[in-house]
Write a protein that binds this ligand. Sequence first.
Ligand code: PPS
Length: 299
Amino acid sequence: TDIVSIEHVSIPSMAKLFYFHGVGMINQFTKNWDNIQNFKARPDDILTATYPKAGTTWVSYILDLLYFAHMGPDRQTSIPLHDRVPFLEICKPPLPLHLTSKLPTTPRLIKTHLPVQFVPKSFWEQRCRVVYVARNAKDNAVSYFHFERMDSGMPEPGKWSTFLQNFMEGKMVFGSWYDHVNGWWEKKQTYSGFHFMFYEDLIEDCGREIDRLCSFLSLSPSPEEKERVKASVTFDNMKQNKMTNYSTFDSMNQTISPFMRKGKVGDWKNHFTVAQNEQFDEDYKQKMKNPDLKFRYEI
Ligand code: PPS
């Protein structure tokens, strides 16, 4: 692979990582903190939570289509997905918090990357339903690396080897992958309105995962509706679709790396050296001791 020659190409960025209540963050996700914490959820809000690059856009689009495809083609062709499913904690104009509270739909679909302890308490008080999407750490790290290369709102990732070390040490925006996934997995044990999904399952059988999601949400789309959702959310269609491929988002330079980059399980094999992989596995065992939480690294 040609990773060595491209790994230094990153879009310049002013974003600096700092620790916020013990979690790596950047200013655009903390500067509106009090308003975010005071966000008033409604009982029918649906929160999609993920560590960055775990499949947020994919699941957001599935949810949006399941609930709102019937509203007609205009919504699908004129409103970018990130305005239909706003990002709770992002803070750049137009303020999604503003957008979120003004969302005209019921339910409101809301996206967050916050670790579980940072979620505004109103979501729990209102017993909102939560969909968490998790992706295996190796592919998640690779995808995050390329995202930091192309998005000027994020810190510059440095070389792949540096980035991977930082990932293992949790020196990342939204903190440690290990803490994020473990924290949300624990929440699932005590909170009933919770659906835990895996990126790898979606890749393996998207139709089955749509069925499971529908059963969690008590939705019963017709077979035709389900087929239409399934066809719209393929990687190729989402990559072509200007409303889902983030081409309307100005902080991203998609010539450095497209937002819809590869959409595969196992691309980590093109990035990890044998030594990096061994070190990663060793470290992983120390951090991920819960035998119930298992990930797949290939399909
Ligand atoms: S973000 O910025 O955190 O919201 O990114 P997120 O959407 O969570 O993750 C982006 C990765 O998901 C892949 N993706 C998909 N894969 C398969 N099928 C579909 N439909 C799909 N939609 C998005 C996207 O390509 C990113 O992964 P990588 O590995 O970088 O390609």
